[in-house]
Design a binder for this molecule. Sequence first.
Ligand code: GTP
Ligand code: MG
Length: 270
Amino acid sequence: MAKSHFEYVKHFEILDECLKNCWIVVRVDGKNFHKFSKQHKFAKPNDDNALTLMNESAKGVMGLFHDIIIAYGQSDEFSFVFRKQTKTYNRRASKLSSTVVSQFSSCYVYHWTKYFPSQKLLYPPSFDSRVVLYPSNQNMRDYLSWRQADCHINNLYNTCFWYLVHDGKTPTEAELELRGTTSADKNELLFSKFGTNYNDLPQLYRKGSVILRKKVTRSSMGKDYHIIHRLRFIVFRGIFLLASNCDSFRSVKRERNSMRGARMPITSSV
Ligand code: GTP
Ligand code: MG
């Protein structure tokens, strides 16, 4: 078929293939969730249903992209790590980023009523997304540590802030009381004033969530009544045990290695 004389315009499209041999991270983040959480009456500072809905949406993304080996989430954000050698969408950044964020957003809306049965969704929420490449495993570990450190710092501050406000302080007074305090000061405040040991609060709040793929063996009865063992993967929700040395990244590597050689597709999530 003859080419139309309009065809030349396709060369204006920029091919944005991610550099080879790099970990590809797509991070999504809720747009203006300060307002969204207020309008939808999220519990402060942490809303279990909102966090679980984020995890559910992340599982929806992992169900679509089998090359995502780990996802880490906290607050209104989730990071998805594609394996270094992924060929998904020929590694095109715009395709990866846009499809991840689109799937995440639609899952968030799709599952909304399951987690907020009596709270109407007042308007369609949106999320931004970006692609970041990490060439070394150390960079990749440090990225995950950075996001988790962010979770810890924000959560410790917010926990103190809301304890003070619930105790009768105005937001301005609470802010003033916390200004210039160290982590140790904040831990001490929670313990001495409110009898709360910060480390006893749920890990979901303090450390965020991780989603990994896990290889499991399931038995089923074959036609000839022999037991068949099949390899399946499940996506599960867990708690990130990521310290500064990033132990969990090692466990990700273990998970990934254990997946080598398995041919069954990822089929289910829990
Ligand atoms: P942009 O991302 O720049 O659009 O702004 P944002 O308003 O989304 O702020 P940011 O992403 O920095 O922070 C996320 C905000 O979401 C927090 O500051 C909280 O206000 C809100 N948020 C996230 N999770 C929860 C939750 O579990 N409970 C409550 N109450 N608020 C939450
Ligand atoms: Mg946000």
